[in-house]
Design a protein around this ligand. Structure first.
Ligand code: FUB
Length: 338
């Protein structure tokens, strides 16, 4: 279209195309965008933020989302379509409250929607729902994925066809409560933050039917440039929540949010389960407390989807955005100032 040609011209002239870093949709609040290209079309699986009237706290109780809407667009900068309710908490038999950041995958004609929600005991678990359409409606499996816990699932299918779920989030995401492998409701909310090793994100391989963990849940280690595991107190570098995996030129890029220091950062490794070596900042802080991202290749260009609070000014009413992700010739990522 003429608009697309104008965007491309602006891009090649070095000017910022007008679609970049603008809210993709303003009719509903959306956050935590997991973007995928299925059959040449871009689909975004976000959280659907709502005003639930719950007081703000560090536990995140005010993030009281109840359903998912899937967004799509034919191209970056194209019209964004909201496909309506794809899955509702009331249709998840084991769910209690708080439908947080989802992800999706496709295999053998079926689309899989992965979601964290608190169960009826108020413990976050991961569920999976299936559909023949990328936009749903999705039907949830009757039980959570056995052995799953915490939040922020990101499912990555490697070039050999093996699929992995990365997950975990500190504080309200409850990851610190799983240090021993069993849920400890008494664990302090904001710990650990001292000289002990940082709490790692988790990864588990998925079964061929994409519905269960195929093996044990492993903790991911992030190393500093000297090869030492990051410490819990190192909150500008250590994992907090919102993990994402992408592969670029044969290397595994694990990216995540540092939470209370509000950065998106990345670490690189040679195998999907790590260890990964910390490399740098992808995005400096956005407006709002959280940001949460995904990285996807569209027509040979790389993009980062993320959120901020431009539309509402409230940390719990967010809007998703996209901007281009650029790399240096050595594969390192150019830091974005949003
Ligand atoms: O949207 C709820 C939570 O906020 C997500 O699970 C986190 O990643 C943060 O974005």
């Amino acid at each position: 279209t003429a608009a697309a040609t104008a965007e491309a011209k602006a891009d090649s002239a070095g000017a910022k195309p007008k679609y970049l870093s603008k809210p993709l949709i303003s009719s509903i609040y959306t956050a935590d965008p997991s973007a995928h290209v299925f059959n040449g079309k871009i689909y975004i699986y976000p959280s659907h933020d709502v005003e639930a009237g719950i007081a703000e706290n560090d536990n995140g109780d005010h993030f009281a989302m109840r359903d998912y809407h899937i967004l799509s667009m034919d191209s970056i900068g194209g019209k964004v379509t909201d496909h309506g309710v794809a899955l509702d908490t009331k249709d998840i038999p084991w769910a209690g409250r708080q439908l947080w950041a989802p992800d999706a995958a496709f295999k053998n004609g079926t689309y899989y929607l992965y979601f964290p929600v608190k169960d009826k005991q108020d413990v976050f678990r991961m569920g999976v729902a299936t559909s023949k359409s990328p936009t749903g409606p999705f039907k949830a499996e009757p039980k959570p994925i056995a052995g799953s816990f915490s939040i922020d699932p990101a499912v990555f299918t490697d070039t050999d066809g093996k699929a992995y779920m990365y997950f975990g989030g500190l504080w309200g995401g409850q990851l610190q409560r799983w240090a021993t492998g069993k849920y400890n409701a008494q664990a302090p909310e904001k710990k650990p933050d001292g000289d002990e090793p940082a709490v790692g994100a988790r990864v588990a391989q998925l079964t061929p039917d994409m519905k269960e963990f195929a093996g044990p849940v492993k903790e991911i280690t992030i190393l500093d440039s000297l090869g030492k595991p990051l410490l819990a107190k190192d909150n500008k570098h250590r994992f907090f929540e919102g993990g994402w995996m992408h592969k670029y030129q044969g290397k595994y890029y694990f990216s995540y949010s540092t939470g209370d220091t509000h950065l998106l950062v990345y670490a690189v490794g040679t195998s999907p389960a790590g260890p990964f070596t910390y490399k740098g900042v992808i995005m400096k802080p956005v407006e709002g407390w959280t940001t949460h991202h995904s990285i996807v290749e569209v027509k040979s260009k790389w993009y980062i989807f993320y959120h901020d609070t431009e539309l509402s000014g409230k940390t719990w009413l967010r809007n998703v955005k996209v901007t281009e992700l650029k790399r240096n010739p050595d594969g390192s990522i150019v830091t974005i100032t949003p």
